[in-house]
Unconditional design. Sequence first.
Length: 757
Amino acid sequence: MGKKSKKSGVLKPFEVLKVLRAAERPLSGGEVQKKLGLTKQHRKFVKNILIDLVNDGTIVKAKRGYGLLEKMDLIIGKLQVQRSRVAFVIREDKGSNDIFISPRAMGDAWHGDRVSVALIGGKSRGKNPEGRIVAVLERGKQVFPVRVVGPMGESGLLCNPTDPRLDFGILVEPRNTVKPKPKKKKHIDENVGKEAFEKANSPADVPENVEAEFDYSKVSRGDILLVAPGARLKSDLWKGKILKYLGREDDTLVQEAIVKANHGVPTEFPGSVLAQAGKLPEQPTEADYKTREDMREIQFVTIDGATAKDFDDAIHVETTPTGYRLRVAIADVSHYVAMETPMDREARRRGNSYYFPKSVEPMFPEALSNGLCSLNPNVERLAMNATIEFDKNGVPKSSTFAPVVIRSHARLTYDQVFNAVIEGDKAEREKIKEVIPMLEVAEKLARQINARRNERGSLQFDLPEPEIISNIEGITVDICPRPRNFAHQMIEEFMIAANEAVAEFLTAREMPCLYRVHPGPDPEKLRNFFKVLNKMGVAGEIPDAVTPQALQQVLSSAVGEDQEFLVSRMLIRSMKQAKYEPGNEGHFGLASECYCHFTSPIRRYADLAVHRFLKVTLGDQHQAMPAQKQLTSLGAHLSGRERVAMEAEREILKRLTIIFLKDRVGETFDAIVSSMADFGFWVEFQGVMAEGMIRLANLSDDYYTFWPDRQMIVGERSGKSFRMGQRIKVKLDSVSLEMLEANLSVVSGAEDFKKFV
């Protein structure tokens, strides 16, 4: 076959696939180029097509060759590494169980990588087949923070990734100028749609304002750097390039930067997004009001936390001859953010806003989230309003929806409303006297809605959220339960009611909807849950019908007991995660047959999608919405980003807890046993919202064994035992920010296991 002088732009991916399908073995890039009859000048173009096909999961690169996935009998998935170094590949094809990967079978793969896996015939670990990593298809992390360990060689610094699941070293060589090559503006603008939607952690998220000069002779052990990994030097050591000096590891903002980098939380908006946000008006115009219902005179108020800056929901309640009328006005983000614009694509990529103790990474730029779409007091704002009519018992009878213009009459806080309305504080009532009558009606309706939800079995978990208390220097001085009162509950009830009303409205009209689905508990986990409760003396046998009502009875039976919070925690662990799907399967936890998210379009993209569905249903011919066939993948993407946000919140809490406990090593604490494993058990501190671990290897007075069927740890000779829910006294021996662990020893509280046999 003679060499072709065809232009590279004519070559299509299907031509490359045709060559690979005809081959009897994987082919190198050069072999593909030759079989296509192309000259060497086209080799780079052929390679780019091969890389695209690898990224799409159509072909696999194994050593120097490229082969078809279906011919190589490989499985594609995401590698999830545990701190014990045991790993699993989560299959993309949603097939059978995840694939177990031993440490020796991981090859070059890291936690979070997209990989191809070959099954090892006849080998398994429990229910999971065993496999080995064949190739890394896509790095899960293209940049990550590292902790400086110390000097290495003449000028190098040895570092370790701050993520304990990345178990290798990074060798970096400091330079006076460490500014990375800036991204081309064209690349950011043109690719923010497709690439940013698919990649949660891309180099585009590396800040471009990296310090051009920094004296790295001042870097010391424990400092945190942001690096881009390079070539592999040996099995447990990689080369890296410094992108930025982040600071000392005990700084709260540095810890937040670590967590953001570890989880791929975007920290920079592309230029095209900022440009679009910069063109937004400062206030709505009269032209915006023409097709909207005017509700500016209705006494809407916002009720949020004291430090909140974005207000996306406002409420108003009044009595009617037949009961109550609730209005829930939600910022009309879709009026300003059209589909497939830069702001829309970036919001979809992010999925939601990300909240940290000292900072927020919002889904939209502040011009929108804190300005035009924030329902600030005494200014006009565009909103989507849900009006729900209730009878005198708090049962919803009908709902209507409309685009409106409102003016919030007051920006209230939860504590303000609680003190004025619930506690009757005279001074507080005087401050907000204009809205007190409306708020008193709102309280009555909220209590009736709450009672109705309790009757249908909506689960009420008693799990206080931790609050980080910092001093003026930003150092964590306490971690305590976040205050909560009925004012929080009141807003929650109204938001749930609005979410249900919108979902039912769209469903009744057979319109698309991105439902908030919460499946029932995992049967096996639920059996284990009741088995543990039996040993704790809290509940009886698992009910014949697992309903929300039955599980709520279990929660109620533990109210006032020492193990109350533990029962709630264990039940949550037995539940499946809520997710976004286009099919309505109900929400088990809320005991709701039809539910979606409508009330927070500033901080959740799912809510923005629902707003678009609602507008189209109401006859808005100018509003575009996602196609039905795209909803499944959109729901999966948003559910995944929600999990990232949750994991990031858990990690920053754990990191700040470890730093907080550093100065308390050697102290003793009252604690309660909260979880068990074959190598030790965890306890929750009393008085401080923190947890620590007691390893069996550190129980030196006996040989201890884990009895999984009884959820007990028992000493072979002494008969001393530890069980779930048991109160003990512990000593804090050490903390490790590297491993995110607090290690404890038992001071007192062991019991005789015979009492529980």
